[in-house]
Design a protein around this ligand. Sequence first.
Ligand code: ADE
Length: 225
Amino acid sequence: MRIDIITVLPELLKSPFDASILKRAIEAGLVEVHFHNLRDYTKGSYKAVDDTQFGGGAGMVMLIEPIDKCITKLQSERNYDEIIYMTPDGERLNQSIANQTSLKENIIILCGHYKGVDQRVRDKFITREISIGDYVLSGGELGAAVICDSVIRLIPGVLGNETSALTDSFQDNLLAPPIYTRPREYDGMKVPEVLFSGNFAEIEKWREEQAYQRTLERRPDLLED
Ligand code: ADE
């Protein structure tokens, strides 16, 4: 998989890709991530990427021209399956969107800034608009990092144990059950006996019940879905 991220703040985005699972995935060649600084596609010494809003109103709007130049250049080099725009008015990111995106070959993620981009960018290029939650960030960069993390860990071979992404919370629309490790007892708090039974059918049944119970208590909306 190849991910091209278009941003005015590449330096804000780089560190999540330089540690742990994402770094290993890139080093193993399972994913390529490329950053494109929108200012490299501007003209004039001021390198403007935004301007005031037609019709008046506070806040700057990102210009279509540098974005057009950047996306058109990328599209001349390869086909893209998805061009995602990060925006608080997009569909809210969930595990299903992460799963779908992890199956794509090449994607572009455009990070918005200021008030957002000229509507014509959205009309001309964008195939999917994604929000990471009902709050407004200063820009789409942190959201882009969140999407990339949720997607890259699903690419086969990225996680050591192939099955572990399948048992994450939200796969099957259920939250994950409680988990334990050593010691067996800590400060009077004991690990549930069933986990030592050696009976894997029993253990699986217990985990399913716990997952269901936790989902019912914390996120009943997931069960309605
Ligand atoms: N840009 C600003 N706020 C955002 C959000 N909540 N999700 C995605 N991109 C954003």
